[in-house]
Design a protein around this ligand. Structure first.
Ligand code: ZN
Length: 181
């Protein structure tokens, strides 16, 4: 298994609309395993393939808190939704930012598992919100798109500044003369 690199806002690759999963082969199973490893390590409760630069309609989730309910959704489709609620969301692609988004409180999803078998599952509360958030990623949409453009610009500037600070710290760790080999 391997940790995958998570793309961060405002990376334009996050805006790619994902294509349906058509091949349920060993490569897909390996991708699913790598996505779980990456999600748990982050740590996060959901990860869409779009976030690791694989533009297929595939996402993984586990909202149990103890890794006991790993869920895989390939080609997910919401076939019923009910209720509206506001919940605070975060995103591994928008690190350190949390804000409220309005979502359906209960959804029924039809999808395929990692072997291509079709199933339906009803999700509520956090799991329902997480699924809707991850499905947005497959359409190139981020939770910050629900916020005002003023707020989104502020978030973009903050993340760019954080990233610069990270890079500078990293550079500072290279000892003087290290390039002389
Ligand atoms: Zn996200």
């Amino acid at each position: 298994m391997a940790l995958l690199e998570i793309l961060e806002f405002p990376d334009p690759r996050l805006r790619t609309r994902a294509e349906p999963v058509t091949r349920f082969d060993a490569e897909l199973v390996r991708l699913v395993d790598d996505m779980f490893e990456t999600m748990y390590a982050a740590p996060g409760i959901g990860l869409a393939a779009s976030q690791v630069n694989v533009h297929q309609r595939l996402l993984v989730m586990d909202v149990s808190g103890d890794r006991s309910d790993p869920m895989v959704f390939a080609n997910p489709e919401i076939i019923a939704r009910d209720g509206i609620g506001l919940m605070e969301e975060g995103c591994l692609s928008v690190p350190g930012i949390f804000d409220e988004v309005e979502r359906a409180q209960r959804v029924t999803v039809r999808a395929q598992d990692r072997h291509g078998i079709t199933f339906e599952r009803e999700l509520t509360e956090l799991a329902a919100v997480c699924l809707q958030h991850e499905m947005d990623h497959l359409d190139g949409k981020l939770f910050v798109d629900y916020l005002s453009s003023l707020k989104r610009d502020r978030i973009r500037r903050k993340l760019e500044k954080d990233r610069r600070a990270r890079t500078e710290r990293h550079d500072a760790k290279v000892p003087v003369g290290a390039a002389r080999v």
